[in-house]
Design a protein around this ligand. Structure first.
Ligand SMILES: [Zn+2]
Ligand SMILES: [Zn+2]
Length: 260
């Protein structure tokens, strides 16, 4: 738990600082990293999160409904955040809103998304870290199969997300305020994890309630990862290097899903 908290926080902070200290970043290079992280996110959603949710759910159709709801919620959050969570680097000065309003709406949209994302890492929840029956019989504690891969996928996604946030904010506000907001953002997912963990352990939130969150985050991940696919080739052209990167990401996700 402490490890997850720290690694989530520092991955966001360091990735954000990368954009903070290297203002003249190469957009093409960022796009390739983004496609890799997006493909990986899509892969763990399809390989890990969705199968587990449907297997554990007593009512799979209801679970499908939560996934759709999460997809729609992410559509709304992306309006607020201007798409920072899928690595979209818009320039707020092109917007009609006042500058400050732009920054706050971006922060609210992105914070809510990252907070929800953190709930996926609830300990003893169905997705991260509960015991397999045969492990219990074997008498030793064992992390749930693939749960480290889930964390890895979220960290991969967190990097470009933080990078894009800083790149977007740097256009409109002073550097030290950008840093302050980066720190606030870096706390969002760890806070979501701690709060959902607390609510689960004190029985405020049952397994069913937790699964509602999981389904909604999965829907959000489908939205984010597919948007990355579409935006990486806006003119419908076939970019061989991007397809190659997707194949690499899928391959690594499958491999780590089996190994971790
Ligand atoms: Zn976008
Ligand atoms: Zn995110």
């Amino acid at each position: 738990m402490t490890f997850n908290f720290l690694i989530l926080f520092f991955t966001a902070l360091l990735a954000g600082c990368l954009a903070y200290f290297i203002p003249r970043w190469d957009e093409r290079y960022f796009k390739l990293v983004l496609v890799f992280a997006g493909s990986y996110l899509f892969a763990i959603t399809v390989l890990h999160i969705l199968p587990e949710l449907f297997v554990e759910s007593s009512d799979p159709t209801k679970m499908g409904f939560y996934i759709l709801l999460g997809f729609l919620l992410q559509q709304i959050l992306a309006l607020l955040s201007t798409g920072v969570e899928h690595g979209h680097i818009h320039h707020p000065d092109h917007q009609h809103h006042g500058m400050q309003v732009g920054v706050w709406t971006i922060m609210i949209g992105l914070f809510l998304h990252a907070f929800l994302e953190g709930t996926l890492l609830t300990e003893d929840g169905s997705l991260a870290g509960h015991l397999h029956e045969h492990d219990e019989h074997a008498g030793h504690s064992h992390h749930h199969h693939g749960s480290n891969n889930l964390l890895f996928g979220i960290l991969l996604h967190k990097g470009p997300e933080a990078f894009a946030l800083v790149a977007v904010l740097m256009v409109s506000i002073k550097k030290r305020w950008v840093f302050a907001l980066l720190v606030v953002f870096a706390f969002a997912s760890p806070m979501g994890m701690v709060l959902s963990n607390y609510m689960y352990e004190s029985n405020i939130l049952g397994r069913e309630g937790l699964n509602v969150f999981y389904g909604m985050v999965a829907g959000g991940f489908l939205h984010i990862s597919t948007t990355i696919f579409f935006e990486s080739s806006p003119d419908h052209r076939f970019y061989f290097n991007k397809v190659l990167i997707s194949i690499l990401a899928f391959g690594l996700a499958v491999l780590l899903e089996m190994l971790l």
